[in-house]
Design a protein around this ligand. Structure first.
Ligand code: AMP
Length: 390
């Protein structure tokens, strides 16, 4: 089955076409037949998402050698409290995603534009939405509640939702498989460390707690996001500097903080190189980032009643061996030991980097969100017999 994987933003559309072999025949999210990016939607050349879809259809016509796609799978950032699994799209689903816009104002409206544009271009093509939040719907209430007045939750939905769920889910499955444990018996911690970063406590193969919260700003020190801080910092800044509007504070905390604020650059490679060259700010940034992550791993080890493994994934988790070492050194108190030779290996395969006798198995598990979306899409469409979108 050929699945078009779509990640639709307000001014861009990222796509891949994957050939998925359904589960009974082996179940792989397989080969990427083509991929690309359409940018500057809303600009002079590409007026809107409908026009972007015309462009995409033209490209696919050229790139797929006459083959046609069988389904589209969309990455959707926010599924709120409603969506706990991928869904087949119909008009009611699109309206529901639109209604969740207050929770993800930059993302959900753009996803809706993408869904409607695909619907318009290919009316009988089945579409599936895969939500970043869905995997975390299994968190217990004591993990997702904020200790603030109930009204804030009831009226505004203020609670922990968590993100990167597709990746945490995929990596959990791969880690359990690698260790030869049934997924339902897998207790561990998954650290998705990319430009955005989050860590998830996995109990019985499901999300039990996660570091991102109401928005992706919470938790770890990231490329340009602060992660956790005392909320009074926000109100105190607003009081001291009335020009700091909510929009400016959002921009400061999401785009000007994290590694960028401390080391002067958001990119881990640059920061690591600077630290290796003796730059103290870069060294401090790495220490802050590793320290915060190690505290979360320790906390989640307790949360799941004793983790069996820690899995690193995404750009930093998969590639930054010195950073993994730094985090694991801080986990020495838990009995974690790293094998330096194994840690230095570069590969696209799942691998163990802990030394024999380490209290937790430490793994590197390359993530593949597009593959997970393609597989989920194919599975759902197969199950429903490829029923077209209404
Ligand atoms: P992602 O958002 O998953 O693409 O991850 C982006 C982050 O991964 C950036 O901070 C990159 O600097 C980091 N990264 C990618 N490759 C490497 C590498 N070889 N060494 C260190 N960091 C890397």
């Amino acid at each position: 089955m050929l699945v078009l994987v779509v990640n639709c933003g307000s001014s861009s559309l990222k796509y891949q076409v994957r050939e998925v072999v359904p589960a009974p025949a082996g179940g792989t999210g397989g080969e990427v037949l083509t991929s690309g990016l359409i940018e500057n939607i809303g600009g002079p050349a590409i007026r809107d998402h409908t026009q972007a879809l015309e462009l995409l259809a033209g490209r696919l016509g050229d790139e797929l050698g006459g083959r046609t796609i069988d389904a589209a799978g969309h990455r959707v950032v926010h599924g709120g409290e409603r969506f706990s699994a991928p869904v087949l799209v119909d008009n009611e689903i699109i309206r529901a995603i639109d209604r969740l816009a207050p929770l993800a104002p930059l993302h959900n409206p753009a996803h809706v534009l993408g869904l409607r544009a695909v619907q318009k271009k290919w009316p009988s093509l089945p579409q599936v939405c895969v939500f970043d939040t869905a995997f975390h719907r299994t968190m217990p209430e004591h993990a997702w509640r904020y200790a603030i007045p109930e009204d804030m939750y009831v009226r505004y939905g203020m609670r922990r939702y968590g993100f990167h769920g597709t990746s945490h889910d995929y990596v959990t499955g791969r880690a359990a498989q690698f260790l030869g444990v049934p997924r339902e018996q897998f207790d561990g911690v998954v650290a998705h460390l990319g430009n955005g970063a989050s860590v998830t406590a996995i109990k019985g193969g499901r999300s039990y707690d996660t570091s991102m919260g109401y928005t992706p700003l919470a938790g770890l020190v990231m490329g340009t996001r602060s992660g956790d801080l005392d909320p009074s910092v926000v109100t105190a800044i607003m009081r001291r500097d009335p020009s700091m509007t909510p929009e400016k504070l959002d921009a400061m905390l999401n785009k000007e903080s994290g590694l960028k604020a401390i080391a002067g650059d958001h990119d881990m490679r640059t920061v690591q190189e600077a630290a290796d060259g003796g730059d103290e700010r870069a060294e401090l940034a790495l220490e802050m980032t590793a320290y915060r992550l190690a505290k979360y791993v320790g906390g989640y080890h307790v949360a799941v009643g004793g983790a069996r493994a820690l899995a690193f994934t995404a750009g930093i988790g998969e590639n930054a061996a010195p950073f993994r070492r730094r985090v694991c050194d801080r986990l020495g108190a838990l009995g974690v030991r790293v094998d330096d030779d194994a840690n230095a290996v570069r590969s696209q395969e799942v691998r163990r980097i802990s030394a024999p006798g380490s209290a937790l198995e430490v793994l590197v598990v390359p993530t593949d969100e597009e593959r997970a979306i393609a597989e989920a899409t194919a599975a759902l469409v197969e199950r429903h017999g490829g029923r077209p979108a209404r």
